[in-house]
Ligand binder design. Structure first.
Ligand SMILES: *Cc1c(COP(=O)(O)O)cnc(C)c1O
Length: 477
């Protein structure tokens, strides 16, 4: 057995032999030699492993130099690709955290070039010629849009909650309802963030019901903050009760204790205007007397990843002066994307049209049906036994933990498995260039056109056509 393996190892082409192969040599002018060597070594290592593990037991086609060369060429192509790449989101989940949450509007993208490619007044006051603050670029517009007294921004909402708690409640007590001790995807848990901030959490009420008197009973000299957390990604239904923010704010005022709401998504527009469920807006929270609110930049707001903090001037100032702020500060490209996104909100009609997240959420069924029909026509003449194609009604989701119960009616293009299973179809679409991310529903592969961008429709059709043409092994995911 052992000597068998030795003879198989000897059959493997050497590194120099592979480097000298015309197909590999052809890569060298356009690819660094180190990268080609890396690909060769990865392929040879894989084959050696196969021999060692007994997966390769005879000198079959896998070991012949042509086959090894082909693998090397493929591997060079794969490792030359950047890791972070554009994908087509056909899942219908608009704020898809794993696919980058919100996509940015064209006007925002146009700003990256001048600000990223040139110097800017990031922290430079053009009036005085002295050092300025990076926060001024969004403070005024945030105040204008929300009527907040003061505003600042950090890296993300998790950071906003952390720094607010650390500033206002370190070594003191924060009162929070047991119904709001939430976990958000990516392991953001209120009790854990509380511990990290050095604040002591005082839980009140029960999972389904918390009353005003529950808060009242625990307020004392060590109470630093009353915290409300928007249970963005789930809803407790049935025998439930939460204390309205307005009552909590009143209680806080009576005792001289600030009230903060972590809004999570924090929308600036009222979605009930679009015929959707009502999600409390940032303006609502401030209007109901919250002293501080925090929310994400890249959920329903439709901007870049950021954490926005609004509220009472003295509290926001204290947070701004916290040393932690230096570690959580927002980057200039994020800042310009946030400013440009916020500027679109000056006219709500413009915001709904030009901010992709809002535009996708507010798309009508009729426009989606027309778009799905167009995609269908691009692929309907495909003849294949691998799958069949049909259109159906279905639902998209907002995602990002916002409006968890909201179903958005949509029109779906579905691949019904033939000789390929739905999992094989899904995996091959994922291996496409660019990758097409679909969802599986009742053993069908579903393309929800709501989140497929206009310029991606033809590429999506192309991926489906390739799927129908590819041989049994090609394009395997
Ligand atoms: C999403 C969310 C967070 C975390 O926000 P990031 O911007 O992802 O850091 C915190 N709290 C609530 C209620 C959320 O929904």
């Amino acid at each position: 057995m052992r000597s068998d393996k030795q003879s198989l190892f000897r059959k493997l082409p050497g590194v120099d032999q592979l480097l000298g192969d015309p197909a590999v040599e052809k890569l060298l002018p356009s690819h660094p030699k180190a990268l080609v060597l890396k690909a060769i070594n990865q392929i040879l290592d894989g084959l050696r492993e196969g021999i060692r593990e007994g997966d390769i037991v005879e000198p079959g086609p896998e070991l012949n130099p042509d086959s090894v060369v082909r693998k090397v060429v493929e591997r060079v192509a794969i490792i030359s690709l950047p890791s972070l790449r554009n994908v087509i989101n056909a899942t219908g989940v608009v704020v898809h955290t794993n696919l980058g949450r919100s996509i940015l509007s064209q006007r925002v993208l146009d700003k990256f070039r001048p600000i990223g490619g040139g110097y800017s007044n990031l922290e430079y006051d053009l009036q005085t010629g002295r050092r300025g603050s990076r926060y001024v670029h969004v403070e005024d517009i945030l105040r204008e849009l929300t009527s907040a007294e003061a505003a600042m921004v950090v890296n993300n909402n998790a950071a906003a909650v952390l720094i607010a708690l650390e500033t206002l409640a370190r070594d003191r007590e924060v009162v929070v309802s047991r119904g709001q001790l939430v976990e958000i995807g990516g392991s953001f848990r209120i009790p854990d963030v509380m511990r990290k901030s050095g604040a002591r959490m005082v839980e009140v009420g029960t999972t389904n019901k918390t009353h005003l008197k529950d808060y009242e009973e625990v307020i004392g000299p060590r109470t630093a903050l009353l915290l409300k957390v928007h249970t963005s990604n789930f809803q407790v239904v049935g025998f439930t009760e939460e204390v309205p923010l307005s009552e909590l704010s009143e209680l806080g005022r009576q005792h001289g204790v600030p009230v903060m709401e972590d809004l999570g998504s924090g929308s600036l527009v009222d979605f009930s205007m679009l015929g959707l469920m009502r999600e409390p807006t940032v303006q609502d929270a401030l209007g109901q007397g919250a002293d501080l609110v925090t929310f994400s930049g890249d959920k329903l707001l439709g901007g870049p990843q950021a954490g926005i903090i609004l509220g009472r001037r003295d509290l926001v100032e204290a947070i701004r002066k916290n040393q932690l702020n230096r570690a959580l500060r927002i980057d200039k490209l994020t800042l310009v994307a946030l400013e440009e996104t916020l500027r679109l909100y000056r006219d709500q009609r413009v915001a709904l049209k030009e901010i992709p997240t809002l535009e996708m959420i507010s798309k009508t069924y009729d426009s989606l049906a027309a778009k799905a029909e167009r995609l269908y026509r691009m692929v309907s003449n495909l003849v294949t036994d691998k799958f069949s194609i049909e259109l159906r009604d279905g639902f998209s989701r907002v995602g990002g933990g916002a409006l968890p119960l909201q179903e958005l009616k949509s029109r779906l293009l579905c691949l019904v498995p033939g000789t390929l299973s739905s999992h094989q179809l899904e995996a091959r679409l994922r291996a496409n260039t660019p990758p097409v991310i679909t969802r599986l529903e009742k053993d069908r592969v579903v393309f929800d056109v709501r989140t497929v961008q206009e310029g991606e429709l033809e590429m999506t059709a192309c991926a489906i056509r390739d799927l129908g043409c590819a041989g049994p092994l090609e394009g395997r995911g």
